[in-house]
Design a protein around this ligand. Structure first.
Ligand SMILES: Cc1ncc(COP(=O)(O)O)c(C=O)c1O
Length: 440
């Protein structure tokens, strides 16, 4: 098919996400391998965001493709969720082994949002309570309920949705600080949270959802000590902690799961994206042994036609094996240090770079229009200069997302140091665009 015909048909007959359809300008892609995307005209593009921070092992890994083909050849692709299959057995037992602590039981979904939807059900079923706490600087999915857990502006057009969600301020508000150091930030934020719990009635609150490391809303690792103290506070009131690791999980932060950085184990963990590196859709909700025990005698009121789809489970097993064999979580941690120093170098060099943050290969650079640190694009806004920066990245062979006044730095975890430097060299060059618009 001719490239233009392909683009036209996609635009004419399919709807794109989060867009007024007339404004969509899709990027034509023919294939992808390793850290690179290839366009129909042969142009190679460095995938600096692992697509949606999800192709963690890199594109088209031959071992995963072989495992998918082998599963096809076994003539076991789909059976209803009430069956026992080898891929389901292998994946659930493998997850029980690699997910830390007493999280040993998994409900399989097709996406991150569905994993969170089912975590709401599990938390409500287990506690007999209905309210859910979540945070403003968060994204938890685009289904009706998860849109309401979500704090970021994508929620607004989808309101009203599921009732019972109480959103609270994060440890990292956008324009002010809870304190000057991590300890005072944690103190102040959790004192406030405890007050909210009292206002809402502790006996009405089933769970609190957090992105262990906030993703699209800023790549924000929690302040030191936050996770441990948050878990203890919630436990005091019988409130479950749900760590949404849909984006932060599977090695992105330099640990298999981001909650390991805080030395905690949540009651429920949700995952998707990196679980199969997006080779095929799959999500999961993992629950602790005491929650699993509850659902031995009580019905879990959740179901999906494709729960534990055999081909998806087989793909996830192969993906996790590649991650282990190639030490990709370790690579994320090691190259996270290189990303850190490159971000510092760019901040030194470019007046328009305000700051870079990263944990492992999970990073964001904030751009500023003046020395007061004001962003070109405000919260939930855009700016022509940021659009020009995005265009410069693509023109120079680097794909990433511009997010308001910032841009993403989340390459596949299989990236080498040399390739990482190749990416930062492109960024270095393109930042001339924002430097030229810097007002001083
Ligand atoms: C933290 C987090 N939770 C949930 C989701 C929703 O996942 P999905 O798009 O697979 O439904 C996302 C997607 O970006 C995410 O980043």
């Amino acid at each position: 098919m001719e490239t233009q015909e392909m683009i036209d048909l996609c635009k004419q007959h399919s709807m794109y996400t989060w867009s007024a359809q007339g404004a969509v300008n899709p990027v034509p892609i023919e294939r992808a391998e390793g850290i690179y995307l290839y366009q129909p005209d042969g142009k190679r593009i460095l995938d600096w965001n692992s697509q949606l921070m999800s192709v963690n092992i890199g594109h088209s890994h031959p071992k995963v493709i072989a495992a998918m083909k082998a599963q096809l050849d076994k003539q076991l692709l789909y059976t209803w969720p009430g069956t026992a299959t080898e891929p389901r057995a292998r994946l659930s037992s493998l997850l029980a082994e690699i997910v830390p602590g007493d999280i040993n039981t998994f409900f399989f979904t097709l996406s991150g949002a569905e994993a969170n939807e089912n975590a709401i059900k599990a938390a409500r079923g287990f506690t007999g309570r209905h309210k859910i706490l979540s945070r403003y600087r968060s994204y938890h999915g685009a289904t009706n309920a998860t849109m309401q857990l979500t704090g970021d502006p994508r929620r607004l057009a989808n309101e009203p949705g599921m009732p019972g969600v109480v959103r609270i301020m994060d440890p990292w508000p956008l324009t002010w600080k809870w304190g000057d150091d991590d300890a005072s930030i944690v103190d102040a934020n959790l004192t406030y949270l405890e007050e909210v719990i009292h206002y809402e009635g502790p006996d009405t609150i089933a769970a609190m959802f957090i992105e262990t490391v906030t993703g699209t809303n800023g790549i924000l690792p929690p302040p030191k000590g936050y996770l441990k103290r948050l878990k203890a506070l919630l436990e005091k009131y019988g409130i479950l902690l749900v760590c949404d690791e849909v984006m932060a999980g599977f090695g992105r932060t330099g640990k298999l799961f981001a909650f390991e950085h805080g030395d905690i184990v949540p009651d429920i963990v949700t995952m998707a994206k990196g679980l199969t590196s997006s080779y095929i859709p799959l999500g999961a909700m993992g629950v602790s042994d005491r929650i699993a025990a509850h659902f031995k005698d009580n019905v879990f009121w959740g179901g999906l036609t494709y729960s534990a789809h055999a081909l998806c489970c087989a793909t996830a097993v192969a993906n996790i094996e590649v991650m282990r064999d190639e030490k990709l979580v370790e690579n994320s941690a090691t190259l996270g240090a290189v990303m850190r120093s490159e971000m510092d170098r760019l901040t030194e060099k470019h007046p328009s770079v305000k700051v870079g943050r990263n944990i492992g290969l999970f990073g964001m650079i904030d751009v500023q229009k003046n020395s007061k640190g004001e962003p070109f694009a405000p919260y939930n806004g855009s700016h022509p200069v940021m659009n020009q920066l995005g265009k410069a990245f693509m023109d120079n062979g680097l794909f990433t997302f511009i997010r308001w006044g910032s841009f993403m730095n989340n390459p596949p975890l299989c990236i080498t140091e040399e390739q990482l430097m190749e990416g930062f060299a492109i960024i270095d060059k393109c930042l001339d665009v924002t430097d030229e618009a810097f007002e001083g």
